[in-house]
Design a protein around this ligand. Structure first.
Ligand code: AMP
Ligand code: ZN
Length: 113
């Protein structure tokens, strides 16, 4: 499948990994929007939030549990952070493999533009 995040998961495209287990991979965003900008992806190809099935409930929960650990290890658990999932065109999703941006290291504006 011609999916950039599947290629990062299978190692055919290099990435700067910060966490990996049997279900998920987290790596540094190539174009960071914040001082800490980590992308967390399931190893399974799921296109977007709209493709999440009941069988993925454990996987999605696992992503949030591990986001805590990744936030701690990258020094943003106490200052705070944002977890962002963009979905579809208006959501600004550019890679059609579900992913969660872990953003921190500075104060973030709200609401988004
Ligand atoms: P989104 O716009 O929500 O689909 O987010 C996709 C993110 O993937 C963007 O923040 C990109 O900078 C990031 N990205 C794209 N290609 C790579 C890559 N090869 N390695 C790391 N991050 C990437
Ligand atoms: Zn994929």
């Amino acid at each position: 499948m011609d999916c950039i995040f599947c290629k990062i998961v299978n190692g055919s495209i290099p990435s700067e990994k910060v966490y990996e287990d049997d279900l998920i991979l987290a790596f540094k965003d190539i174009n960071p929007a914040t001082p800490v900008h980590i992308v967390i992806v399931p190893k399974e190809h799921i296109a977007s939030v709209m493709e999440i099935k009941n069988e993925h409930k454990n996987l999605i929960g696992h992503i949030y549990i591990k986001a805590q650990k990744i936030a701690i290890e990258n020094g943003i658990s106490e200052t705070g952070f944002r977890i962002v999932n963009n979905c579809g065109q208006d959501g600004g999703q550019s890679v059609n493999h579900i992913h969660f941006h872990l953003l921190g290291g500075r104060s973030l504006q709200w609401p988004p533009g």
